[in-house]
Design a protein around this ligand. Structure first.
Ligand code: SF4
Length: 199
């Protein structure tokens, strides 16, 4: 994967991009720049692996339905000053893809916050938009379906791939691609970490 190409194209598209060698460096930098804020989290194995909820809760009010009462946390995350999530895939051509079941995460990527942070390991990079969508649909979504023990064909059969199912457990209902940052230049931070994180 060409990290330099991804950084160049994401930057040209108006995203504020930073690269960190390690997750510790990334968590330290994010923790230092955010204080006294309300922060909403989307569902994300990456955020969980980084321990960001714990790190940011020291100096901010963080809402995350994975750690708190889901109904209350989801509602408060929507109106938080800052929103954080990861990505299911990022193209080296400069687009960011997320797939969502309930829609809270992809809705929050689009509107309603002073700043959006998208934090991802470089394992999420794909060469172009079609391959990024391929990654999101055939790697990220099936692995998430398995994590959630969904009774979907991607979770229950090999080889692992999307069957574009009609299952009641389907988790792929909303597909959002950020081609450019919504809400203005500089408001969407893309934090890339040179490690494998999440799916
Ligand atoms: S659409 Fe269905 S089969 Fe495809 S990844 Fe999503 S849950 Fe799995």
């Amino acid at each position: 994967m060409q990290l330099d190409t991804a950084v160049k194209n994401l930057t040209n598209h108006g995203f504020s991009v930073r690269v960190f060698k390690t997750q510790q460096e990334a968590v330290s930098a994010i923790s230092q720049e955010l204080s006294g804020r309300t922060i909403g989290f989307g569902g994300s194995v990456t955020l969980q692996e980084l321990g960001l909820f714990e790190a940011l809760s020291a100096n901010n009010t963080v809402y995350w339905h994975w750690k708190q009462s889901p109904a209350e946390a989801l509602e408060k995350a929507v109106t938080a000053q800052i929103y954080m999530t990861s990505a299911n895939a990022i193209s080296e051509t400069g687009e960011i893809i997320n797939i969502d079941g309930t829609g809270n995460r992809v809705a929050a990527m689009l509107y309603g916050h002073e700043a959006l942070y998208i934090i991802a390991g470089t394992n999420k990079l794909a060469p172009d938009l079609p391959s990024a969508m391929e990654r999101a649909r055939n790697i990220a979504a099936p692995l998430n379906a398995r994590r959630l023990s969904c009774k979907t064909p991607c979770a229950m059969s090999e080889p692992m791939r999307c069957h574009d199912c009609g299952s009641p457990d389907r988790i792929c209902n909303g597909f959002v691609t950020l081609a450019r940052p919504c809400g203005g230049i500089g408001k969407t931070h893309v934090i890339l970490i040179e490690e494998n994180l999440g799916y």
